[in-house]
Ligand binder design. Structure first.
Ligand SMILES: C[S@@+](CC[C@H](N)C(=O)[O-])C[C@H]1O[C@@H](n2cnc3c(N)ncnc32)[C@H](O)[C@@H]1O
Length: 314
């Protein structure tokens, strides 16, 4: 008991210190016209103590986007790159969550692009990009659903693994993989019908700028899908203490609680990047079956789908 308490004390969440990059001050309630699944009815977290973070200086609209790279975070992924396709390894939670996040993507994007959700290849003819694709756990099923997929990741080893794995099947061998970042692709003026960044935003240097890059990569009226972890006490207990320290699903230190965003914060930074969130859902884990399902509870893992509202002024 004493040991457990000592461990919990060591692991207590640090006070939230938003960097200039997040600079969201106090999350505010937002009105989403068309959203069908939104926030949980959990009480909001108390506002962060201390002074609000400084407002970052405005960006010159023609300057290149600042780098999204956080070298310490990238080193963690480089260290375990060889395990991407081991469904019992450190990426076990992503493998387990994949069918559920794909169900959300199929449902929302078939509505968005007016495609038949019962079709085997509903995304035929559409150009998708998977930013922070890792070993390609998401890119491959998107290609199987007919999309022309580009996967990019800042870690070279991840891209090598993704390439090797995709080449095992003629359907996925069409995926274009590159070791690069969203902001570099913006500089190259690339654009896509749908942009995905699943479980990436909590690892980037500057979430607000990262969202602006995702927006710039999305064609007008295109779709953006982002998933991440809520900065809630429940997420601290489950996604960090349980997943990293008790169940050893993930290497210790994989996640920093202070890097998580609340759903309100994510919606706000997406709105500032001209992406209007249309639908949001939580992922609920059933410890008895080991399965994940879509839920209205966004208190831990959640996913948001938004539409590019206008040409963003970046
Ligand atoms: C938790 S993994 C998610 C992988 C994949 N999106 C998925 O959900 O299956 C995060 C990935 O984002 C990549 N990453 C982190 N920061 C990045 C950045 N700024 N630009 C591109 N990739 C990044 C990491 O290398 C890692 O592969």
């Amino acid at each position: 008991m004493a040991m457990t308490w000592k461990l919990l004390k060591q692991l207590r969440p640090p006070p939230y210190t938003a960097t200039a990059s997040t600079s969201l001050h106090r999350p505010r309630f937002l009105n989403f016209q068309n959203a069908t699944r939104l926030f949980s009815d959990q009480p909001p977290l108390p506002p962060p103590s201390g002074e609000p973070p400084p407002i970052p200086p405005p960006q010159n609209s023609h300057s290149p986007s600042p780098s999204s790279l956080n070298q310490a975070e990238l080193a963690k992924f480089a260290a375990i790159a060889g395990t991407w396709w081991d469904s019992e390894g450190p990426f076990k939670p992503l493998h387990a969550m994949n069918p559920t996040r794909l169900a959300f993507i199929r449902s929302t994007l078939c509505r968005h692009f007016r495609r038949d959700p019962l079709s085997a290849r509903p995304f035929e003819g559409l150009k998708f990009i998977d930013v922070g694709c890792g070993g390609g756990i998401l890119s491959e099923p998107l290609a199987r659903m007919g999309a022309s997929v580009t996967g990019v990741d800042a870690v070279e080893k991840n891209i090598k693994i993704a390439r090797l794995h995709a080449d095992l099947d003629p359907v996925t061998s069409s995926i274009e993989y590159h070791c690069t970042t969203a902001e570099k692709l913006v500089d190259e003026q690339r654009s896509f019908d749908a942009v995905f960044a699943l479980e990436v935003i909590e690892h980037v240097a500057n979430p607000a700028e990262f969202c602006k890059s995702l927006s710039a990569l999305t064609v007008p009226d295109g779709a953006t899908v982002i998933s991440t972890i809520n900065r809630s006490m429940r997420a601290y207990a489950t996604a960090i203490i349980a997943a990293e320290y008790l169940l050893h699903w993930l290497p210790k230190g994989t996640h920093q609680w202070s890097s998580f965003l609340t759903p309100e914060e994510l919606v706000l930074i997406l709105e500032r990047a001209s992406i209007s969130v249309q639908e949001m859902a939580g992922f609920a884990y059933n410890p008895l079956t080991g399965r994940w399902s879509i839920s209205d509870d966004v208190s831990v893992n959640f996913i948001a789908y938004g539409t590019k509202t206008e040409t963003a002024t970046l």
